[in-house]
Write a protein that binds this ligand. Structure first.
Ligand SMILES: Cc1cc2nc3c(=O)[nH]c(=O)nc-3n(C[C@H](O)[C@H](O)[C@H](O)COP(=O)(O)OP(=O)(O)OC[C@H]3O[C@@H](n4cnc5c(N)ncnc54)[C@H](O)[C@@H]3O)c2cc1C
Length: 403
């Protein structure tokens, strides 16, 4: 299946391709291809995001008044798809796609002026402080307390699985400001500078032993951390409304471009790998699996286009973002699985030395096999973060299907 573009849209696609060729350096492309997590060195993220900002393309979904490019739904789609298919580094979502829409919707004018330009220019790195030990799916049970003290709050508690907290300048946090009434009614949304005294970040070392620049998740501890009440977004005890709004954006990611890129890469690998004396791509069983993936990815693509059209018409993403999250994350994992299958035994060696940027170590298999297994394992996260798929199924059942 293919989408018919107008001549203007074709010209736009050519402009995006040209921009990528000129600005997404070979070095960044190579590092991105080897990354298991999607993160590379901080300075590379900043350089790429600043180049996108200079072109006016860093925030496709932002309204024009705050610096968005004013694109149509199709232009946004072309842009996302081209970036993903070319294997470009993804802009980090925590500022641009998560806290910024929240500040635009619920923030004061002062907060908009203070925070949005720095997010647009990638002058700050944000992280997300939602989950706590014991409060993941059941987020409303969170215990991190913020107790008023003059014009400030004093924050005590801990956040866990905080992605890239070690790089962050600011964290947006859900904190408990009341223990009265329903659990959801006692939560507030706070913006906290990571350099505030009393904050400690400890890395969580995972099975893949990822270290910098890939080291991904952390636990963040708050001990008597003083935060101005002026840093609260939305009303006190109304943070649950803010939190849910942010999650719509977190879950409403565009997956199709990345998935199409993944399918295309499997096709290339299968043209080179051999099985039973023939090329893998000609093996009927393998070709059927690849075709099934392509069909599902096309269905995801059209679901995303429907969502984009709704967004462009000024509607909210709503609970439909849960459909995208489930389908996109499951398909990411299936593509990872078929990539490992296509690489066969060359997917097995796991040599961190080969994966490190600037490594001078010869890989055991072909270049395309280096990250296959590591990425497959890392992608177990996709059906957990942003709310597990089991929980998203419940949201779809209740809020879309009315069950
Ligand atoms: C790599 C990674 C990065 C992350 N980054 C961040 C981050 O930056 N910031 C942040 O705040 N959080 C982050 N998270 C946390 C993530 O949001 C939580 O892990 C997730 O919400 C699940 O919560 P939990 O881990 O406490 O699991 P639990 O809630 O304990 O769930 C355990 C299992 O029970 C199932 N389950 C739970 N409740 C239900 C239910 N009602 N119905 C059916 N099944 C259910 C779940 O699906 C899961 O399989 C990250 C997680 C990962 C893995």
């Amino acid at each position: 299946m293919d989408i018919e573009y107008t001549a203007e849209e074709d010209a736009f696609r050519a402009e995006v391709r040209d921009f990528i060729a000129q600005n997404h350096s070979d070095e960044i492309k190579a590092k991105t291809a080897k990354s298991l997590t999607g993160y590379i060195h901080k300075e590379d993220h900043i350089a790429w995001q600043k180049a996108l900002h200079k072109k006016g393309w860093i925030a496709p979904n932002w309204p024009v008044e705050h610096g968005g490019p004013g694109w149509s739904a199709t232009q946004k789609y072309i842009y996302e798809t081209e970036m993903m298919q070319a294997g470009c580094l993804r802009p980090v979502a925590f500022g641009l796609k998560m806290v910024a829409p929240v500040i635009m919707e619920f923030g004061t004018e002062e907060q908009k002026k203070k925070f949005l330009p720095d997010i647009l220019e990638t002058n700050v790195w944000w992280c997300q402080g939602y989950s706590e030990p014991g409060s993941g799916s059941d987020l409303a049970s969170l215990q991190t307390r913020a107790i008023p003290d003059g014009d400030d709050y004093i924050v005590n508690g801990s956040k866990i699985w905080t992605t890239m907290a070690q790089r962050a300048d600011w964290i947006f946090c859900l904190v408990r400001t009341s223990t009265e009434g329903k659990r959801q009614e006692g939560i507030s949304f706070l913006l906290i500078p990571m350099a505030t005294p009393g904050i400690k970040v400890e890395p969580i070392v995972l099975l893949d032993q990822t270290t910098a620049p890939d080291q991904e998740v952390n636990q963040v501890f708050f001990q008597d951390v003083r935060v101005p009440q002026a840093n609260r977004v939305g009303d006190e005890n109304d943070g649950w409304t803010v939190a849910k709004y942010l999650l719509e954006f977190e879950r409403g990611n565009a997956y199709a471009g990345g998935l199409q890129g993944g399918v295309a890469r499997i096709r290339e690998i299968a043209k080179q790998e051999r099985v039973d004396g023939g090329r893998l791509i000609e093996d009927p069983a393998f070709a059927a699996k690849l075709a099934q993936l392509e069909v599902t990815v096309a269905a995801i693509q059209y679901t995303e286009l429907r969502t984009l059209s709704a967004l462009s018409a000024g509607q909210r993403v709503g609970a439909e973002s849960s459909i995208l999250k489930c389908q996109g994350s499951s398909m990411t994992q299936e593509i990872g699985e078929l990539t490992v299958e296509a690489n066969a035994y060359y997917a097995s060696p796991f040599d961190r030395g080969v994966l490190d940027a600037g490594a001078n170590v010869a890989p055991i298999g072909p270049d395309y096999s280096i990250a296959a297994a590591g990425r497959y394992f890392n992608q177990r996260k996709a059906t957990i973060y942003g709310g597990s798929n089991e929980v998203q199924h419940e949201i779809v059942a209740k809020r879309i299907l009315g069950m």
